[in-house]
Design a protein around this ligand. Structure first.
Ligand SMILES: Cc1ncc(COP(=O)(O)O)c(C=O)c1O
Length: 382
């Protein structure tokens, strides 16, 4: 029996798909201790550089003495800790949404929400580059109609919407696409939703904390407010902590609370996560310096990487360099590592075969000189 898996593993390795975890011996920051090596990292989604912020650490520490470590059971059984209640209200107020619900992770949010909103007579229209957690949610939900539209292709989407006879229509999209860094055309998408009586579920895992003047994500970027939009933000990326929040129309959130199995049938997250997340949202609300610095770095890196033909321009914190083959991208990563720079190589199945890439992600804690150092090495590689 195990020989079967051994063969599969060998095959996997031969395809250049073997994945390894580096051993991190320091907090998540641009300068990381990896085993004994000090690396300059462009690997993290900690876009605002909050993962090691003292306010957050202190809030988590204090909550531990007040509320303890664990939450006991599902919130439906052993109760909804007041810190999560405060967090949900704070997020809803911040984002000008009627109501919000906290999930343990973004992955669980996507699985739970998509399955909850897929009632009878449902059609889902999903961007072909959506994140794996959205895809998995849709696969599990088995909507009556599923249409996967070409990436960010509004015409393709409109044709599908026009032809749909289902009553409950949902457009499902990443806000910022996680491996390409480009942004969904939310304004046009909302117009289509209005025209065809559809709703939008937007996963803004990589937009929240980054896009918009004050980092409130795609809704702020495009100045959108609509009961047709169900909004998901994760807390483990720009917010530096862990978990996710889904917000929108009260009726929808009430329904999701009743029906999302990944909310109901799982132990509530530790209260310390709520405390840390509240502190992170407070930072986002009160100190714009992180967002401003990140935006300056984004502009700078886009300018610098513009010299490489393999660079796919981006206005988000994610900057891909499309290398092509799995072996080539691994060689690029290894060469960078020899120079103490870590840029992750992204391969299938995360991206399409033949489009393996270096995925450069920025943190507001990077310095402009860090980008110069990266670009100097890339000049020799690309
Ligand atoms: C677009 C997108 N959605 C959802 C997730 C899942 O979020 P989480 O890491 O909180 O499970 C991720 C990242 O891993 C993501 O990139």
């Amino acid at each position: 029996m195990h020989d079967l898996f051994k063969e599969r593993l060998t095959d996997w390795r031969n395809q250049g798909l073997w994945r390894e975890r580096k051993l991190i011996c320091s907090p998540q920051e641009p300068h990381l201790l990896v085993n004994q090596d000090k690396l300059l990292s462009f690997s993290s989604n900690d876009y605002l550089g909050l993962a090691n912020h003292q306010d957050i650490i202190e809030a988590m520490r204090n909550s531990l003495s007040e509320y303890g470590a664990g939450s006991g059971s599902s919130a439906m059984v052993s109760g909804h800790n007041i810190l999560f209640h405060i967090l949900e209200e704070k997020f809803a107020n911040l984002m000008n949404l009627e109501k919000a619900l906290h999930f343990s992770t973004g992955y669980m949010a996507n699985i739970g929400v998509i399955n909850a909103i897929t009632i009878s007579d449902t059609a889902i229209f999903s961007d072909e580059l959506n994140h794996a957690s959205l895809i998995d949610g849709i696969r599990l939900a088995k909507p009556q109609q599923l249409y996967i539209y070409k990436h960010n292709d509004l015409e393709d989407l409109e044709n599908a919407l026009r032809g749909s006879t289902q009553r409950n229509k949902w457009i499902v999209t990443d806000g910022v696409f996680s491996m390409d860094g480009d942004v969904a055309f939310m304004t046009e998408m909302l117009s289509l939703a209005e025209q065809y009586n559809a709703y939008i579920y937007v996963d803004d895992a990589h937009g929240f904390g980054v896009l918009g003047k004050t980092g409130k994500g795609v809704l702020e970027q495009f100045n959108l407010s609509s009961s047709r939009i169900l909004y998901m933000a994760t807390l483990g990326k720009a917010m530096g902590v862990f978990g996710a929040l889904v917000g929108g129309d009260k009726i929808l959130i009430d329904w999701i609370l009743q029906k999302a199995r990944t909310y109901i049938f799982t132990t509530g997250s530790p209260p310390a996560l709520a405390a840390g997340s509240i502190a992170a949202l407070t930072l986002l609300e009160t100190d714009f310096s992180y967002v401003v610095k990140l935006k300056q770095l984004i502009e700078y890196v886009a300018q610098q990487l513009g010299q490489f033909k393999q660079y796919k321009p981006s206005n988000s914190a994610i900057h891909p360099i499309i290398v092509g083959s799995n072996d080539e991208v691994m060689n690029c990563m290894e060469t960078l590592l020899k120079e103490q720079i870590w840029v992750p190589a992204i391969r299938p199945p995360t991206v399409a075969p033949g489009s393996a890439r270096l995925r450069i992600s920025l943190s507001s804690q990077h310095e402009f000189s860090d980008i110069d150092r990266l670009v100097d090495v890339l000049i020799n590689i690309l």
